[in-house]
Design a protein around this ligand. Sequence first.
Ligand SMILES: Nc1nc2c(c(=O)[nH]1)N[C@H]1C(S)=C(S)[C@@H](COP(=O)(O)OP(=O)(O)OC[C@H]3O[C@@H](n4cnc5c(=O)[nH]c(N)nc54)[C@H](O)[C@@H]3O)O[C@H]1N2
Ligand SMILES: Nc1nc2c(c(=O)[nH]1)N[C@H]1C(S)=C(S)[C@@H](COP(=O)(O)OP(=O)(O)OC[C@H]3O[C@@H](n4cnc5c(=O)[nH]c(N)nc54)[C@H](O)[C@@H]3O)O[C@H]1N2
Ligand code: SF4
Ligand SMILES: [Mo]
Length: 765
Amino acid sequence: MTDTNTEWKKTACILCSINCGLEVQTGGEGGRHIIKIRGDDDHPVSRGYICEKSQRMDFYQNGADRLTLPMRRKSDGSYEAISWDTAISEIARKFKDIKAQHGGESILYYGGGGQGNHLGGAYADSFLKAVGNQYRSNALAQEKTGEFWVQGKMLGTGVHGDFEHCEVAVFIGKNPWHSHGFARARVVLKEIQKDPNRKMIVIDPRRSETAAMADYHVAIKPGTDAWCLAALLGIIAQEGLWAKDWVAQHTGGLDAVLPSLQAINVAQHAAVCGVDEALLREVARCIAQAKSVSVLEDLGLQMNVHSTLGSYLQRLIWVLTGHYGRPGTSNAPVPLLSLSKASKGESSVGANSAKRVERRSPVANAKIIIGLIPCNVIPEEILTDHPKRYRAMLIQSGNPVHSLADSQRMREAMRALELSVVVDVAMTETARQADYVLPACSQFEKAEATFFNLEFPRNVFHLRQPLFAPLPGTLPEAEIYARLVEAMGELSDKDYAPLRRALRFGRTAFALTFLAQSMRKPKVMKYAAVILYRSLGDHLPKGMASASALWGVAQLYIQGNRKVAAKAGFGGFPIFAAERLFQALLQGRSGVVYAMADHEDSWLSVGHPGHRINLHIPELLPELGKLAHEPPKQDPDFPLILAAGERRAETSNTAVRDAAWHKRGSYGTLRVNPQDAQAIGCQDGDVVQLSTRRATVEVPVEVTDMMQPGNISLPNGLGLDYQQPDGQLVRKGVAPNELTDCTQRDFLAGTPWHKYVPARVSRLA
Ligand SMILES: Nc1nc2c(c(=O)[nH]1)N[C@H]1C(S)=C(S)[C@@H](COP(=O)(O)OP(=O)(O)OC[C@H]3O[C@@H](n4cnc5c(=O)[nH]c(N)nc54)[C@H](O)[C@@H]3O)O[C@H]1N2
Ligand SMILES: Nc1nc2c(c(=O)[nH]1)N[C@H]1C(S)=C(S)[C@@H](COP(=O)(O)OP(=O)(O)OC[C@H]3O[C@@H](n4cnc5c(=O)[nH]c(N)nc54)[C@H](O)[C@@H]3O)O[C@H]1N2
Ligand code: SF4
Ligand SMILES: [Mo]
């Protein structure tokens, strides 16, 4: 039966952190397809903008291997469908046993949300508290933890550039043309390119789409960002280009860092990164003389050697040249809920404030940043007989077997666990290693949202309404975790009754009862998300029950941000302001402005004494000095440097699981410079052998002078396994992490060196 609905419904794209507003029509078989998609002009952030990836929503909604029943692994590695009741009671009992035997610290939580879904994580949190969970990790701990750590030390707040208004935009290991990272990226990039008074600087070994638009493409050798950034700092210090009055007024620690910067041998560093010294001098002057500069670093730097040092050095550049807290520079967005706090397990209402003790992982003794274990140490924290090893894992909305370094070790680690449970919409590479797989409804079958709220001065939260009823057999995360917490014996109707009664007298009575209860019973705070879902959930519009936890988020947000909330129209007595905000979120189809800040607020957010930016990080300054004596390492057996995981038009992590997505053009090619292709003896389209220390794969070559000689590149997110009608699995493309190695990681944050994988290419025998 087809049932086309010509009404345009509002939702958002779920394929990158921008979450552009969409308008869609549904129809097709059973009315369960997304058949037409366009940008939503009413969305306050994206304002009608979309990129080509938005057209693929139905390949997610109706993707391959979607789950419709809980699955239990059999001893032969195959799976049998079981009922929800069986799944919930067995899983609850097994977690309870592991907690009793080894403590909650033996249970690792991975994931919580992807590029489009963060609400499920709030409910997982209640279950994690029930099992006494202490350790977590997610994708942020293989990209952003080094940056967050540096940001904490220097600014004490998250910051984001204002690319729409900056005079000079700097992208370091970042290709916004494809990967975005700020709203309406292609429009903004084109505006900068066209305007003779504005400049774009791109530091990237590859002539990416963004680099090709830049005024200055600083084509460093792969892995030499730290040398390049150090050279720029050396020039700024030695030519006296820093903003002396501004730095004196707004920062601390200059005296501790200046001598190190003055000692930098600019010519030598320029030679290491293979860039003309004159170009670096021009770039440094351009940044120093500009009225406003915004800088964005991403994976080219963060998944590379010296990544945490690089995050520090790039910030020194824009802080020393005075680019913070004004239009066109970096500012401090006001999040509705801080993702770094949520990662620490503080997402639910009333969780304790961050304890500032340094935490380390139990086996590898790795630094825990924003509450997260570095992804790269997870296998070694499991594959050991250490008494503190993890014995169980809960994985939600993440695909670590595919996305973490060394898929082979991660598969082995999952099979070594006593219990592994995956909550996902599809039978993923990770699900295929789990003991239990629980089918979640898709992001278009429940209320969903993200906490990637990086706008400034006006910040927007978009709560999406479901487009479809849940696929039969699936449940929203809120329901899954409520059932699990109840099956653990932690909550029952008794706990919900007072709130349910209060709701009969309206939301004010509800709010007052919730506050009174939470002061009396610690359990109410501990399990706030599930308690809200089980009480308020029934009173929300159809399909919106999963938004219940936002009621608590709104309360907390208003308590902590009275001024900026009031300016956005949510002023007055806090619990009423929060209620109005929650109502606005429920009703606003295209997103709601919840914060109106001004540039002064960016300074108030700087979390160091006197709101001064700190220039001196004693853990990293010595690393800067070492650069002079340690040029990047080369491996004679693997002479090429592979960037394992480039963002392209055809990639979107592993959220879209449907090979039919790719109809035209090349798929999953290894990009190789013509000079290297000649040396290898291959031509465009040839299939070659690509080897690293971990594995050898076969892959088609794309010969392109986008790459510099010696540097080759594979896309991210491909190499997914699809089940054929006969039950066989067929892999489409190369899974990059079959080739990578957990031990190749940053000394401080433990983030992987995915963009610096020594490799070799040869012709097929
Ligand atoms: N070599 C290499 N590895 C990389 C990268 C690289 O560049 N190179 N990039 C890394 C980066 S930056 C990232 S962010 C990670 C991304 O890797 P992951 O964090 O593992 O995220 P995704 O691939 O987006 O997987 C999201 C999962 O959520 C599931 N899902 C979708 N919707 C829902 C839902 O509503 N509920 C539930 N429960 N599940 C849902 C999807 O089916 C999918 O399995 O990969 C990293 N891995
Ligand atoms: N199309 C698409 N867009 C996405 C995603 C997707 O899967 N597909 N994923 C989203 C996610 S999770 C993330 S985290 C972002 C990531 O967004 P980006 O970080 O922009 O993505 P990448 O293409 O992995 O890496 C950026 C650039 O780093 C360069 N690079 C490689 N080696 C080096 C080096 O040694 N130094 C420097 N300076 N640069 C180097 C590459 O040439 C590339 O152009 O993208 C998001 N957007
Ligand atoms: S920029 Fe593209 S991928 Fe990102 S949310 Fe918008 S449409 Fe989707
Ligand atoms: Mo990412």
